[in-house]
Design a protein around this ligand. Structure first.
Ligand SMILES: NC(=O)c1ccc[n+]([C@@H]2O[C@H](COP(=O)([O-])OP(=O)(O)OC[C@H]3O[C@@H](n4cnc5c(N)ncnc54)[C@H](OP(=O)(O)O)[C@@H]3O)[C@@H](O)[C@H]2O)c1
Length: 232
């Protein structure tokens, strides 16, 4: 039976590669959410080349209005997995003495509140799946054990995302909905830069396999893209 996946930030980087993985790996209906569909050329081309397997739908995860319109566009069909991938690095002014607080708020709105906004809007759809899953692309930079300096906005947004997702996991366990967070690796995308360790296809195929394996027993946990547990 065809299953349905929603992927946010699906027009480029890791999100776009995840779309390709779902397309290649099974019988999936793919709802590819992106901020500006009219500019999502590669994604639109891929969608046009399939037989309706990919639906491109507008979604700005930081806008309540956009999230509501997205939810209306999806309707009441079951969603088997929500992949909260959309994110931003958060601007240039993130270190002591040079903090842009408006940028920090915007980063939190996208990276931390965004996944929860989208989850809240789609929870009834996820409840309709027999085996619903909610995953978030987090970062090692949100882990307390990862020693680093600077990037207050980005790192704090991912730390808060992780904590929020663990609360969500606890709340949804009794409903058989699994929730997990993933560090995607340091990936060669616009965000990661070309010097990064791994390619988007490597990251996305590892993540896809992790999502497929995710069960209630692992709900609330933090993993690396290759399935290894991640330290908090
Ligand atoms: N690359 C890495 O090394 C790395 C490492 C750790 C974690 N991550 C995480 O992995 C995820 C994907 O990153 P990436 O490397 O693929 O980054 P990317 O190439 O910069 O792509 C980011 C994606 O997020 C979308 N996005 C940003 N703000 C949005 C909003 N308000 N609403 C909807 N979509 C929005 C972007 O859409 P537009 O095209 O419209 O801007 C784009 O599709 C992020 O959550 C990131 O924090 C990445």
């Amino acid at each position: 039976m065809t299953k349905t996946v929603v992927i946010t930030g699906a027009n480029r980087g890791i999100g776009f590669e995840l779309v390709k993985c779902y397309l290649a790996n099974g019988d999936w209906q793919i709802i590819a959410a992106c901020r500006t569909p009219q500019k999502a050329t590669a994604l639109n081309d891929l969608a046009d080349a399939t037989d309706g397997d990919i639906e491109v739908v507008q979604l700005d995860v930081s806008s309540a209005q956009s999230v509501e319109a997205f939810s209306k566009a999806i309707g009441d069909r079951p969603i088997d997995i929500l992949v909260n991938n959309a994110g931003v690095i958060g601007g240039e002014h993130q270190s002591l003495g040079d903090i842009d607080y408006d940028e920090w708020m915007e980063t939190l709105s996208i990276n931390t509140l965004g996944p929860i906004r989208v989850t809240e809007a789609l929870i009834e759809n996820i409840r309709k799946s027999k085996n619903g899953k909610i995953v978030a692309i987090s970062s090692q930079l949100g882990a307390m054990q990862y020693q680093t300096q600077g990037r207050f906005a980005y790192n704090s947004s991912k730390a808060a995302l992780n904590r929020t997702m663990t609360l969500l996991a606890n709340q949804l366990r009794a409903e058989n909905i699994a929730v997990a967070m993933y560090h995607p690796g340091w990936v060669q995308t616009d965000m990661g830069g070309q010097a990064a360790d791994i390619t988007p296809p490597q990251s996305a195929s590892g993540l896809y396999q992790c999502f497929e394996k995710l069960s209630l027993a692992d709900s609330g946990k933090f993993f690396k893209w290759n399935g290894e547990p991640h330290a908090w």
